[in-house]
Design a protein around this ligand. Structure first.
Ligand SMILES: NC(=O)c1ccc[n+]([C@@H]2O[C@H](COP(=O)([O-])OP(=O)(O)OC[C@H]3O[C@@H](n4cnc5c(N)ncnc54)[C@H](O)[C@@H]3O)[C@@H](O)[C@H]2O)c1
Length: 357
């Protein structure tokens, strides 16, 4: 019989979706034992909805619960680092929402703590989880797609004043960034998941949609280490909401689903160069088993990794790569120049990309 892990979810915003999509869809793999939130009304509403008896406002109390195996952190970004370090130190496995932390220096501290920890740490990047994204990954990894030429990545969403009626949003200190960091981070993770590392970045950012501190429009030009070019745009001022990735390879062109919050869903448009490539793709996908979408897929993959003693399906190296791109984008926007990756401890934005750092 497979092991069932007991989970404590911290934060009842997106945490509610983790419970609904990620844990309740796998009652054989997970049980949500405890729920934690500072807001008593929200805590009661979500705990009642899912029949979770153990409720607390205290993260310290959660860490003292002997029967909790996994601490799932779904609180605002600026709280993540301390909670991750405390949860790892308590010997638990940890799941944490994006952005994992607020700088490359902080993620390097987390990676260092992870090497000494008993538990595993998995950052959330649930947009990878969908049959479309994972089939594209398999076709590319099998070498069928060939050379990557160009890609476009769009995060065209809408956010209005009511969304920013939440004290942590819209401010550098608490949100740590705008559309680049909070929203487009998913599509940019998909770009590197499918096309590999970024070599250099040129970026423009602006705040034009809402009356906030952080940016809400970005345009990026990426040169990938493979030689491919990617253009990425993101705004929170689009009238309809879509996320879209289109990738042109030597032998295959891929286009993602356009669902704003689940572009990884299948089927993707897969255009082979000829019948021989079509046959290779068919053979490559012949034994396809659905992966589960969004949190359903990512949490199941985490369970499988824990049981196998394998690295998590999304790693802190992935989170570092994502924050390295964020750092490069803000630096390019500031300096109006190309920024080369990788970014190490000697870089002026290594410790922080915040404007007043
Ligand atoms: N993966 C995704 O698609 C996705 C979507 C939305 C948000 N997020 C991320 O999830 C995180 C939370 O975002 P949200 O939209 O759910 O925010 P939110 O403000 O709606 O919810 C956060 C909750 O955390 C609680 N909280 C804050 N500090 C706490 C503490 N110290 N102890 C216990 N509870 C605490 C708040 O009371 C609040 O209910 C952010 O990092 C955000 O970027 C990810």
């Amino acid at each position: 019989m497979t092991k069932r892990f007991n989970v404590a979810v911290i934060g009842c915003g997106i945490g509610r979706s983790h419970i609904k999509e990620g844990y309740r869809t796998h009652p054989d793999l997970f049980e949500v034992r405890a729920l934690c939130d500072l807001d008593p009304a929200r805590l009661a509403a979500v705990a009642d909805e899912f029949g979770i008896k153990r409720r607390t406002a205290s993260f310290t109390e959660v860490l003292a619960m002997d029967d909790v195996d996994i601490v799932d952190i779904c609180t605002p970004p600026a709280t993540h680092k301390g909670m991750i370090l405390d949860a790892l130190a308590s010997g638990r496995h940890v799941i944490c929402e994006k952005p994992l932390v607020g700088s490359l220096k902080e993620i390097d501290e987390i990676i260092d703590a992870e090497t000494r920890a008993r538990g595993r740490l998995m950052p959330i990047f649930q947009y990878r989880y969908g049959d479309g994204a994972m089939q594209a990954k398999r076709i590319i990894a099998a070498g069928i797609a060939g050379k990557a030429y160009v890609g476009t990545a769009e995060t065209l969403w809408k956010r209005t004043a009511d969304y920013y009626d939440n004290p942590w949003r819209g401010r550098w200190k608490s949100e740590l960034g705008g559309v680049l960091m909070t929203h487009a981070i998913h599509m940019h993770d998909l770009v590197t998941f499918l096309l590999g590392p970024v070599d250099r970045v040129f970026a423009r950012t602006a705040t034009r949609v809402n009356a906030i501190e952080v940016e809400d429009c970005v345009s990026l030009s990426l040169a990938m280490a493979s030689g491919a070019f990617v253009s990425a745009t993101a705004t929170l001022g689009s009238q309809d909401e879509i996320s879209r990735l289109r990738l042109a390879f030597e032998n295959v062109t891929f286009e993602s689903a356009h669902e704003a919050y689940s572009p990884g869903d299948g089927p993707w448009t897969i255009l082979p160069a000829n019948e021989a490539v079509a046959a290779e793709i068919a053979a490559c996908l012949a034994d396809w088993t659905p992966v589960g979408r969004r949190f359903e897929g990512q949490m199941a993959a985490f369970h499988a990794a824990l049981v196998a003693g394998a690295p998590p399906p999304v790693t802190t190296a992935d989170a570092r790569r994502s924050l390295e791109l964020v750092t490069a984008v803000y630096h390019s926007a500031d300096t109006k120049a190309d920024v080369l990756l990788p970014i190490g401890a000697g870089h002026e934005k290594y410790a922080s990309w915040l404007p007043d750092a």
